[in-house]
Design a protein around this ligand. Structure first.
Ligand code: SF4
Ligand code: SF4
Length: 246
């Protein structure tokens, strides 16, 4: 993950190489859509490539820099509490169920409801069950049933309003390959293939701002929250990092 002090340099390098224009050209091939704006899909933020994260970072800096403290606070809370608080939503979602970074949302959010779920419900249940067992065994934490049982539905309510040439299912792998080529500027192919860096914006952001050490303290925060509905450690992180000078 990119630490905060390297972010601006990475944005500037990507800009110099014309990568944001190339990313925009990929996005332009995705059909324009309308939907019911229920925001259920924003309950579980979709993963994004590093080039897309840099694009979002640049977008917020250019258009809404005053919103960083709020975005960072929500991102930190989401990162630590997503497995223990069913009320958590993507930090970029506003109170009207609109995406605050709509123009810079990642490809996976743009394609949601268009190309089907790449990950099957069975795989998702399997991953969640592994997490349940890991937290029980390693930390003595019982994850709440409503979170364990939640399944992101396949959305049938997306309407294409401006269809482009190809069908979304045929288009998706081609466009992913195009973004993968841009991503190689930052990530060598073996790492790219491992999907280690293909994580939601919120994870990119928290790892960069709070540092990778956050990962090791996550269980402690979760335990405190489950026991008392509040975590002093989490409040300390929010106070210290939400005002980070981005
Ligand atoms: S894509 Fe579907 S799940 Fe997501 S906000 Fe629109 S209607 Fe709701
Ligand atoms: S980035 Fe925007 S569209 Fe994607 S999950 Fe978050 S709020 Fe929803």
């Amino acid at each position: 993950m990119l630490p905060l002090n390297k972010l601006h340099q990475a944005v500037s390098q990507a800009g110099g190489e014309g990568l944001f224009e190339k990313l925009e050209a990929v996005y332009e091939q995705v059909p324009d859509t309308e939907c019911e704006k229920c925001a259920i899909c924003c309950t579980v933020p979709q993963p994004a490539y590093i080039i897309e994260y840099l694009n979002m970072f640049r977008y917020v800096n250019a258009n809404m820099p005053g919103q960083w403290p709020d975005l960072l606070e929500r991102a930190i809370r989401y990162y630590f509490l997503e497995l223990v608080d069913a009320g958590q939503r993507c930090p970029f979602l506003d109170s009207d169920n609109a995406c605050r970074v709509y123009e810079a949302r990642p490809f996976t959010c743009r394609m949601y409801g268009l190309s089907g779920n790449k990950v099957s419900s069975e795989d998702m249940r399997g991953n969640m069950q592994s997490l349940v067992e890991k937290y029980r065994r390693e930390h003595g934490i019982e994850l709440p049933g409503e979170i364990v049982d939640f399944e992101l539905p396949q959305c049938q309510k997306v309407r294409i309003v401006n269809g482009k040439n190809k069908k979304p299912r045929e288009l998706a792998p081609l466009l992913i390959a195009d973004i993968g080529l841009l991503e190689q500027f930052f990530v060598p192919p073996p790492v790219l293939d491992s999907q280690y860096t293909f994580v939601p914006y919120v994870n990119h952001l928290v790892m960069g701002v709070v540092s990778e050490g956050a990962r090791f303290r996550r269980a402690r925060v979760m335990k405190e929250y489950l026991e008392s509905g509040r975590s002093e450690l989490l409040e300390g992180y929010v106070e210290k990092f939400s005002q980070s000078g981005i």
